[in-house]
Structure formats: structure tokens, C-alpha cells
Design a protein around this ligand. Structure first.
Ligand code: ADP
Length: 320
């Protein structure tokens, strides 16, 4: 991804906002994949990028680091212009994709030393050793990369990504298909890196990972629909929600969806979350159901998942 070693001084004075872009758009053929997207990411933060598949997250990430030129829009990454200084941006960005891109038939140590040499890291052997320690890969350094489990592969890829000392990490669904324990450990690494001052933009499908980010953005059908802290995104959705237990959740969900005032019905295990933007209309809609003895109703706070389902439903309707 990078085109060489970062400045020997290593230091680019970083602005308060490491990413600051406005009105980014990208069209492939006749399809608008990213539409008028504006976002800002503060230095040292973990910024989560969420949204359904095909919503334009990867395309946006590639525009941010200069791998793809937007059709419209402007902005900066690491204080450098994304339109005219993409080569310089790439020197200071670590980009990790879901696809494992290291050498399966080299060991963990050999892969890291190879990456260190390619990027001109001084003393590649020592740098690889340090990365092994830092990422908890000790004991696996002589193992062939191809024989590692998914979680360890991603950890190795992260190690390779940070070897050239980037100032920004762009992680594109780094934990897709990784088991929950390895995902937790991977996130502990991300937090440790952020605590050292690295800024991290990470795309994910997992709700628990969204909750671990300092700020999040939700993108659907190419449009950024919400951004801020988890609390801000939940509050900004303006959803009223109730939770109901008892009865047959699937049948209940079908019945509730037909009621005017009900805009969201999301089964959660044995309960169903019911939501809408007009609290009074929602209460009127569920009133006939509240007399049913088998059901227990509780006014509830909306969850982040409720909010994402609602955002997706509404953007799908607009899209249609
Ligand atoms: P996400 O990362 O949210 O899954 P992507 O940015 O990968 O979404 O893709 C958004 C849409 O753009 C998808 O429909 C994808 O097929 C399309 N797309 C991505 N890259 C290209 C390309 N180089 N040429 C044509 N279509 C593309």
C-alpha cells in the first residue's frame, strides 16, 4: 500500500482532525456508490464505520487513502490533500483488508522481516521481533503463516501493517469470520495502538465492536446517515421503543409490522423490540396488544442495533 519509507524524520505534524472530507462522491458505471459523503475523524480516536454490505465503506476507505480518486468532493487525510497528495498519504497509512495478503509459505517472522525490508524499516530483524512481542505472537514466530487460524492471521496482518510506523490505520472488516475470543483480543490490540496515539478507522458488521469505538458512522446505499458517539447516534435517531415478551415472537412481529405507527420490529431472542418515531402513534398502535394476558410490555431504551435497523429501513425506502 505504501510506496516507500515514511519521512526519515518520521514526523508529519498532525492536525486535530486526521480525516476531514466533504462531499465525496464516486460512481462506477451508472451506479452512484458513494454520495456526497462528509466526515471528520479526530486524532487518536477509534472511528467505526458500519453499514450493510455493498454500501460503499471500502470505496470510501480507498478514497480517503488516495487509492481511488473521488468524482466529486475534497478533503484531507493526515493534513494532506486527498486529491493531489495521495502518494504522501499512502506513506503514512496502514491499510488492512479482510483478505489475508501475506505469504502463506513464509513463517510469521519471515513475513514480518520481509515487510520491514520492503518498507525500509531500519534493522528489519529487530523490528520484526518487536512486532512479534507487541502483538503477542511470541511462540508462533516460526509457524508458517498459512497454517495460522483466522484470528492469528489477522493479528499477523495487523503486525505487518504497523511495522512502518503509520499514523493512521484503515482496517476494512479486519475481524470478519474471526471467532469471538480472537475478536476481543484483536480489539485489545487496536485499543493499545490508539492509546499510543494512532488513529484507527475500522469498518465492521459487529454491533459489539461498534460499541468499542470512540465515534461511529453508519453508511447505507452510499450515504452517510448518522455519525457521532454511540450515545449521540442513538439519541439522534429519535426512536421510541418498547420491548415485549411472551407469545410467539415471529407471529407477533408479523402482526405488529402491519400497524400504523410501528416503524421497527426487531426480534431479540424471546423478546421483540417495537419502535417508531412518533411516541404517541406507537403507543396507540400497541394499545390493543397490551390487553393480551400472555404478553409483557416494557418501555425500553432503543439499542444501537434498533437504530441501525431503522436507518437501513428508511434509507432502503428512499433508495427505492
Ligand atoms: P462495502 O465496503 O460497504 O461492502 P463497497 O465499497 O465494497 O461496499 O462497494 C460498494 C458498491 O460498489 C458495490 O456494489 C460494489 O460492487 C461496487 N464497486 C466497488 N468497487 C467497484 C469497482 N471497481 N467497479 C465497479 N463497481 C465497484
Amino acid at each position: 500500500m505504501r510506496e516507500g519509507r515514511a519521512d526519515p524524520s518520521g514526523a508529519v505534524p498532525l492536525p486535530d482532525y486526521v480525516i476531514e472530507v466533504e462531499g465525496l462522491s464516486k460512481t462506477f458505471g451508472d451506479r452512484v456508490v458513494v454520495r456526497d459523503l462528509s466526515m471528520r475523524v479526530k486524532r487518536g480516536q477509534i472511528y467505526g464505520f458500519l453499514g450493510p454490505n455493498g454500501s460503499g465503506k471500502t470505496t470510501t476507505i480507498r478514497m480517503l487513502c488516495g487509492l481511488l480518486t473521488p468524482d466529486a468532493g475534497r478533503g484531507s487525510c493526515l493534513g494532506l490533500d486527498i486529491l493531489t497528495q495521495s502518494r504522501a498519504i499512502r506513506r503514512h497509512v496502514g491499510y488492512m483488508t479482510q483478505k489475508f495478503s501475506l505469504y502463506a509459505d513464509l513463517s510469521v517472522r519471515e513475513n514480518l522481516e520481509f515487510v520491514a525490508r520492503i518498507y525500509g524499516v531500519p534493522n528489519p530483524v529487530a523490528a520484526a521481533k518487536e512486532a512479534v512481542e507487541r502483538l503477542g505472537l511470541a511462540g508462533r514466530d516460526e509457524q508458517l503463516a498459512g497454517s495460522l487460524s483466522g484470528g492469528w492471521k489477522q493479528r499477523l496482518a495487523l503486525g505487518a501493517c504497523i511495522l512502518p510506523s503509520p499514523q493512521l490505520l484503515l482496517l476494512d472488516e479486519p475481524t470478519a469470520g474471526v471467532d469471538p475470543k480472537a475478536r476481543r483480543e484483536f480489539w485489545a490490540q487496536i485499543h493499545a495502538l490508539a492509546a499510543e496515539g494512532l488513529t484507527v478507522l475500522v469498518s465492521t458488521h459487529y454491533m459489539d465492536e461498534a460499541e468499542r469505538c470512540h465515534e461511529i458512522a453508519y453508511i447505507a446505499y452510499g450515504e452517510l446517515l448518522a455519525q457521532g458517539t454511540v450515545e449521540q447516534v442513538v439519541a439522534g435517531a429519535g426512536l421510541s421503543t418498547w420491548s415485549v415478551t411472551g407469545g410467539d415472537p415471529a407471529a407477533l412481529a408479523r402482526e405488529l409490522l402491519d400497524r400504523p405507527g410501528v416503524e421497527l420490529v426487531a426480534p431479540f431472542g424471546a423478546s421483540v423490540h417495537v419502535g417508531g418515531h412518533d411516541a404517541a402513534a406507537l403507543e396507540a398502535a400497541i394499545a390493543p396488544f397490551r390487553g393480551r394476558p400472555e404478553l409483557t410490555w416494557r418501555k425500553d431504551e432503543p439499542t444501537l442495533e434498533d437504530v441501525f435497523i431503522d436507518l437501513m429501513n428508511r434509507s432502503r425506502d428512499n433508495f427505492r
